[in-house]
Design a protein around this ligand. Structure first.
Ligand SMILES: *Cc1c(COP(=O)(O)O)cnc(C)c1O
Length: 509
């Protein structure tokens, strides 16, 4: 098997082993680690059809994480995808109204972040052992709501690690917040910031790039790493479920070996859809990758024009970036993001893996707030389709799908489903389509139930949970039962300028 090394999107020369990239999280130059080449499956789909989720996970992850031994990787997989998930299928496919919903929310915290964050702590502690790491690992995490809880659940009381999570104090759902602030564990810290997700992510990235801070930490016996999807250890486990979904469709006769599929993904930081792109490069016949945004449609504007602009919005009537781009809080808060980190990994590829070009575009983004791709890079993106759904459209989709089929989806999944409907109406493309279903509707009960019936809009999340149970017939997940009565253990709120001092306080340095 080919040994794959990793390097920064901004420097093709300094190469690291996979386990080293997992430990570091983000490159010192601010770039993201990418594999020096994207691997291909070395097993047939007929063989993959015989495997369960764990088996597929091994066949996919071994291609990316080549310095982990078979024994190490299988240990990580066995311990990650166990009874923490409420179904042995791990990622079931549910057909409703013309599309297959790939339910990625059957883990501990009922959002798709569990798919990777159940295994990341194992990958990271294994990497620490392999590399004789002396320091304690401090996981810094910025969250738009779901990563935080999934990372906390994964790293709580894991020896040799501590974890600090920063979330936008007024930018997450009540269930998301309650899940985080009730987190137990001797090594965990949850901090609300007076700012939005981009502020949290920028603050965390700044700490990663602060050489003086890192030196101080090292002296005290600590080293930073990341549980965000900037970490390649987050991305690789996410590739697995796209392979698994395709193989499941094949196995169940829903597609033939000659068919391609389309994939629609509700997108924020671009991690989940990038994983689909990596799966396509492995050999999964994915025709279109449909990127769905909510009202914060920076990615829609980008795929439509080739210009990424975090301050100006595309004016849909004149086609110019002459409207102010405002950050909007929506009912799909995990997609309320204007600085989409993982997009840099695609940009790098679109530039023909040219690290200089990538660096110069990212410099433009930092200094001017925008960058524009040249025609070559733009044509590289031709297999990505994009759309956006505002709040009304999203809620209409939840309601209509429920009325037509009885199936209830969460707000993020509904953004994707609405965008897919538009795509299908526009193109008449009837390729079998998988929609990434990224969270349980229980996590966003208020918006979901409000969409189904206006009368619910005045009720609170927790009252609506029982109502949702009655309508959907789906059992209330343990994650929800757990927080109903749990005590609040974290109440720190800080300004974004004070994130460093909060981390130091947490570490007692
Ligand atoms: C994080 C998240 C997303 C966005 O995923 P990205 O990988 O950031 O694009 C969508 N839906 C839910 C429920 C999420 O938690």
């Amino acid at each position: 098997m080919k040994n794959i090394l990793y390097h920064s999107t901004r420097n093709n020369n300094d190469k690291l082993k996979a386990s080293e990239a997992v430990l570091k999280g983000l490159a010192d130059d601010g770039g993201l680690f990418v594999p020096e080449e994207l691997p291909k499956l070395d097993i047939s789909f007929d063989e993959l059809k015989k495997l369960d989720y764990k088996g597929v996970a091994y066949e996919v992850m071994k291609l990316f994480l080549t310095d982990y031994t078979e024994e190490e990787l299988k240990f990580c997989i066995e311990h990650a995808y166990d009874s923490k998930f409420d179904t042995e299928e791990i990622a079931p496919l549910v057909y409703a109204d013309g599309a297959y919903y790939l339910e990625l929310f059957h883990g501990k915290t009922i959002a798709f972040k569990d798919m990777a964050l159940s295994i990341l702590p194992y990958l990271m502690t294994t990497a620490a052992r392999k590399n004789d790491l002396k320091e304690e690992i401090v996981i810094l995490t910025a969250t738009s709501g779901d990563t935080g809880k999934a990372a906390l659940a994964g790293f709580a009381d894991v020896p040799g690690t501590r974890i600090a999570v920063f979330y936008p104090k007024n930018g997450v759902s009540p269930v998301q917040e309650k899940q985080m602030v009730t987190q137990k564990g001797s090594n965990v810290k949850v901090i609300g910031i007076t700012g939005n997700f981009d502020d949290a992510q920028t603050g965390v990235k700044k700490m990663f790039n602060d050489a003086a801070l890192k030196a101080e930490l090292k002296e005290k016996g600590f080293v930073f790493s990341s549980a965000n999807s900037i970490n390649i250890g987050r991305l690789v486990p996410q590739v697995v479920y796209y392979v698994y979904a395709y193989v499941t469709l094949l196995k169940n006769g829903k597609v033939t070996p000659e068919d391609s599929i389309n994939v629609t993904v509700p997108t924020g930081n671009f991690g989940n859809i990038l994983a689909a792109y990596y799966a396509r490069n492995l050999g999964v016949p994915i025709a279109k990758l449909i990127c769905a945004s909510n009202t914060n449609r920076v990615l829609y504007d980008f795929f439509t024009t080739g210009t990424y602009d975090k301050t100006k919005e595309l004016n849909l009537s004149d086609g110019k970036f002459d409207a102010e781009r405002k950050f909007t809080l929506t009912g799909s808060p995990s997609m309320d993001i204007l600085i989409s980190s993982n997009l840099e990994r695609l940009i790098y590829l679109s530039c023909g893996s040219d690290d200089k070009k990538d660096s110069s575009l990212m410099k433009d983004l930092n200094e001017k707030g925008s960058y524009t791709l040249d025609d070559n890079a733009k044509s590289f993106l031709k297999d990505f389709e994009c759309g956006f759904a505002d709040e009304i459209k999203t809620e209409d989709k939840i309601k209509k799908l429920y009325k037509d089929t009885g199936y209830i989806i969460d707000t993020h999944t509904a953004v994707a489903a609405a965008v897919y409907d538009d795509y299908k109406a526009r193109t008449n493309d009837d390729t079998v389509t998988v929609i990434a279903s990224t969270a349980s509707p229980y996590k966003f009960a208020k918006t979901v139930m409000g969409a189904i019936d206006d009368a619910n809009k005045s009720k609170d999340d927790f009252a609506l949970i029982d109502e949702l149970n009655r309508l959907s017939g789906v059992d209330i997940p343990q994650a929800i039962e757990d927080i109903r009565s749990a005590a609040v253990l974290h109440d720190t709120v800080c300004d974004k300028e004070d994130m460093v001092s909060e981390v130091k306080k947490f570490l007692n340095i």
